[in-house]
Design a protein around this ligand. Structure first.
Ligand code: AMP
Ligand code: ZN
Length: 676
């Protein structure tokens, strides 16, 4: 076989493999291989294609992104009319629909409906020719839409080629589906937009539609979208008799079909499912705004036909709205747990989809200004999924005298510190003392990747702050067990344990402490980089913007935030207090590594330890330069066996690997700490 032939068959193989894994991951949500293994396949394919561009297949998964931006979208004629749906939120409307269907089909007809959630996204048409995706378009006016083929290609749940393992491929297939954005992706996208001072999307539907209508496909590719297929608009070379069969086929061809599908034969079953979905809609992870009821029998559909706007065989039984109009009573600045000030609209209470709402977020001062919301205004509010309700827009009331524009305060409403501006946000810089921030700060301080203080969760933090035991961060180290005992949730033992945990937490490694103090934008990776670079907290505190930018991954913006954090006089004073008192930073990992008493050794831990957590035990071994693995082999130099050690201990003995008890390990650590 020539090199070219070998490349050709490998490209075929890899294309099929990557397509298969995309399907497992994005459609079935059941991946078979690790992300790393997937990345390796993808990389190999991309490299081969780069070397042999002529061998690249038209449906190559590497080609989901890559088309150049357009000037405008072409107009595309749909294969069949994309109808809208007759709809009503009242049961009465549903009853009338059911009666009309039965009247139209005749008294002897057996009626089966398929029930599907009404997905709140953007409707699209996909056209496949001989199994290959050739075109995608928006619904437009129902007859013609905008050609958004390149953008739809970036959606991973859209197969670029249909699978043919379950059914033969039709010569032509026009599919209708809904492109949606999951709630968590929507929240993250909006957070990103807000951070950069841009306007957030009002709801996931707008986010999905807006992302699809980007002239530059790379922007669409950066937005996590999903497509659910729910209908066939036209097909050649395949026949269907029932809608259920259509859905099964779509699934077999590798499209994502919504699993919340049911069947029903009458109104009672439909209302029961409607109720169930209304209650469960917040748990789906994406927005639905009703239940679509469709006649299963396609011959019956033919018989009923359509009006000029919608088919007579389908009906949308809507959910109670989650958008209502109300009035803003006042706008209050509220301090978040990281010091961000959010303007909150206090409103006349309204019911939004079964929940009474009286507060809604206005995000930041730029958003308030953009929407021009003032006290007394009439506004439209909305609740989407689990997110906090938001004010969508102001309703104009001609002739009404309006209040003054909202003005961000200069000082923190919780602690009185002068606010600083960070992008579109106003922020209280008083990180360790501001009462509004303290619960969140304490919780973060004690979290696993920070000082790992067992027992210091949010509930405990709330208690400590609420009962006045902690007024500023350093107070945490002054809490005594006796003070805790009277409170619910604490006994003498658990109180003692928390106090011990706090004390132990104070002997932290530098990178953990840096992360723990909660400098804006500084996560665990940056904290580690800072610790490695500066070595001591003192040199980090003295670093100027230029020093900071010498650290990998730190740009001018982050450097500025870090500097501002340490320069804030209150932060500086409280850090002094912490570092002169309870905090005893352990020598940074780097020097321990250099000491390297165990460098080159492979160590395994098993069983449970009484004094050390498993993670601590591991980290300390790593600090000495050891490689910690999870299974015992001939390569293992040492096994540290705690209480209840089992098979690993047996195996170590069989292989004559050195075995230590926890006791041995601790005294070794003590000795090596003393020695250097
Ligand atoms: P409307 O826009 O209120 O007329 O409702 C019709 C829209 O519902 C269609 O344009 C589709 O985008 C959308 N839709 C969402 N889920 C479904 C579904 N399962 N079946 C049919 N249409 C759906
Ligand atoms: Zn404050």
């Amino acid at each position: 076989m020539t090199a070219g032939k070998a490349a050709e068959s490998r490209i075929r193989e890899l294309t099929a493999e990557v397509r298969h894994h995309d399907y497992r991951y994005y459609v079935l949500d059941r991946p078979e291989i690790s992300d790393e293994a997937y990345d390796a396949l993808f990389r190999e394919l991309r490299e081969l294609e780069e070397r042999h561009p002529e061998l690249r297949l038209p449906d190559s998964p590497t080609q989901r992104v890559g088309a150049p931006p357009l000037d405008r979208f072409p107009t595309v004629e749909h294969a069949a009319r994309m109808y809208s749906l007759d709809s009503d939120a009242r049961e009465e409307g549903l009853r009338r629909f059911d009666e009309r269907v039965r009247r139209g089909l005749g008294p002897d007809a057996e009626v089966t409906y398929v029930l599907e959630p009404k997905l709140d996204g953007a409707s699209v048409e996909l056209v496949y020719e001989d199994g290959l995706l050739v075109r995608a378009s928006t619904r437009g006016d129902g007859t013609r839409g905008e050609g958004i083929t390149e953008n739809v290609r970036t959606i991973r749940s859209v197969p670029l080629r249909l699978r043919n393992d379950a059914a033969d491929l039709p010569r032509l297939l026009a599919v209708r589906g809904e492109v949606i954005m999951h709630m968590d992706a929507f929240d993250r996208l909006n957070e990103r937009l807000l951070e950069s001072g841009r306007e957030p999307f009002a709801n996931p539907r707008n986010a999905a539609a807006g992302s699809l209508r980007q002239l530059d496909p790379t922007i669409t590719a950066s937005r996590p979208l999903h497509l659910f297929a729910y209908d066939v608009l036209a097909a050649e070379g395949v026949e269907f008799s029932h809608h259920q069969e259509v859905l099964q086929r779509l699934e077999g061809w590798g499209l994502s079909v919504n699993v919340q599908m049911r069947t029903a034969t009458g109104v009672e079953e439909i209302t029961a499912y409607h109720t169930e979905l209304v209650e469960g809609r917040d748990d789906l992870g994406y927005e639905i705004d009703g239940l679509v009821i469709k006649l299963d029998d396609l011959a019956g559909r033919e018989k009923l036909g359509a009006t000029s706007r919608h088919p007579r065989w389908a009906f949308a039984y809507k959910f109670p709205p989650r958008r209502e109009i109300t009035r803003v009573l006042s706008i209050l600045p509220s301090v978040g747990r990281t010091g961000k000030i959010t303007p909150v609209a206090i409103m006349r209470p309204v019911e939004l989809g079964g929940v009474t709402v009286s507060r809604a977020t206005l995000h930041n001062r730029e958003e308030v200004a953009r929407k021009d919301i003032r006290e007394g205004d009439r506004v439209r509010v909305q609740r989407a999924g689990d997110v906090i309700p938001q004010v969508v827009e102001r309703i104009d009331e001609a002739g009404r005298e309006r209040g003054d524009p909202f003005c961000m305060p200069d000082h923190c409403p919780s602690c009185g510190t002068e606010l600083i501006e960070r992008g579109p946000f106003s922020v209280c810089p008083n990180a360790f003392e501001c009462p509004a921030q303290l619960v969140g700060r304490l919780t973060h301080f004690g979290s696993r990747d920070a000082l790992d203080i067992e027992g210091l969760g949010e509930e405990t933090a709330r208690l400590l702050v609420g009962e006045g035991l902690v007024r500023a961060l350093p107070d945490l180290f002054r809490v005594r067990a006796e003070e805790l005992v009277p409170y619910e949730g604490f006994g003498p033992l658990s109180a003692e344990k928390l106090v011990d945990g706090i004390e132990r937490g104070g002997k932290a490694e530098l990178h953990r402490f840096i992360y723990a103090i909660g400098i804006p934008e500084v996560g665990t990776a940056v904290a580690r980089a800072l610790a490695d670079h500066f070595g001591t907290i003192e040199s980090l505190r003295e670093a100027d913007a230029e020093d900071l930018q010498a650290v990998e991954g730190i740009g001018p913006k982050m450097a500025e935030m870090i500097r501002a954090f340490f320069e804030e006089p209150r932060n500086s004073r409280l850090l002094d207090e912490l570092l002169d008192g309870p905090i005893r930073l352990r020598s940074p990992t780097k020097t321990a590594h250099e000491a390297g008493a165990w460098s080159g050794k492979t160590v395994v831990f098993t069983g449970s330890m009484s004094d050390l957590t498993r993670r601590e035990a591991k980290e300390r071994a790593e600090a000495l330069g050891a490689r910690v693995t999870s299974s015992v082999s001939r390569e293992t130099d040492l096994l540290v066996a705690g209480e209840g050690a089992g098979s690993k201990l047996d195996r170590a003995r069989a292989l004559e690997v050195e075995v230590w008890s926890e006791e041995d390990y601790r005294s070794f650590l003590d000795r090596s700490a003393d020695g250097g």
